[in-house]
Design a protein around this ligand. Structure first.
Ligand code: MD6
Ligand code: FE
Length: 214
């Protein structure tokens, strides 16, 4: 039947113990979120950073908040300044902070107040190999991740790099919240397929909210 009101309400899907996907949860705020990303990137542009191993990352990154995550020849770390510009990271917009706190609470993590937001930009072919997020001080705090634009296949594994992984498609407006028993699970993004999204064009963006320091 023709449905003139086909925009579905967000729904949630469990991913693992302590990890849940809030499907389409950021869809209504997506335009505003992207406008804020554009403002942040005008101050501290996206860069393809060089890993400690000397590789240029296919994902381009910037940050906002009190601390930003980056990598250079010295290693991976959170810092108050962008090593490329020498500037402090732009402040975290109130909308970002509120969304992260509310979505963490919806997933059962109360009192999450992010101090860092890493913004990743994927172009066709860009990927993130399996990794753990373990540079944060307090691993009882969850991570909240917002996907915008082109869809990507997310791999979610176990505590060892070689463990079997599940694959789930993350689409525009999906939010993943995870912590607790899953906090140190390996995860990654498969190479982005080319496409054109009405809001983000040829890119996928991912915002990950973290509590870097206690
Ligand atoms: C991405 N996300 O979705 C990459 N890490 O583009 C991550 O690496 C990630 O989504 C920790 C928690 C949630 C995430
Ligand atoms: Fe990660």
């Amino acid at each position: 039947m023709l449905d003139l009101f086909s925009e579905e309400a967000p729904w949630s899907e469990p991913l693992a113990e302590g990890a849940v996907i809030l499907r389409r949860r950021a869809r209504d705020e997506a335009n505003t979120l992207m406008a804020l990303v554009t403002e942040i990137a005008a101050k501290n542009p996206f860069y393809h950073r060089i890993t400690p191993g000397g590789h240029r990352m296919s994902v381009a990154m910037t940050n906002c908040g009190d601390f930003g995550w980056s990598t250079d020849s010295r290693g991976y770390q959170y810092s108050e300044r962008d090593s490329m510009t020498g500037h402090r990271w732009p402040g975290m917009p109130e909308l970002f902070r509120q969304m992260a706190t509310i979505c963490a609470a919806e997933a059962g993590f109360t009192h999450f107040t992010p101090d860092a937001c890493l913004i990743n930009r994927y172009e066709p072919g860009a990927k993130l190999t399996l990794h753990q997020d373990k540079d944060e001080q307090d691993l009882t705090q969850p991570i909240v991740s917002v996907s915008l634009g082109l869809p990507a296949v997310f791999q979610f594994g176990g505590f060892e790099r070689g463990d079997a992984t599940q694959r789930v498609l993350l689409e525009h407006g999906d939010i993943v919240v995870w912590g607790g028993p899953s906090r140190l699970c390996y995860h990654g993004i498969l190479p982005l397929k080319p496409g054109l999204h009405p809001l983000t064009g040829a890119f996928r963006y991912n915002l990950t909210f973290r509590r870097a320091f206690r």
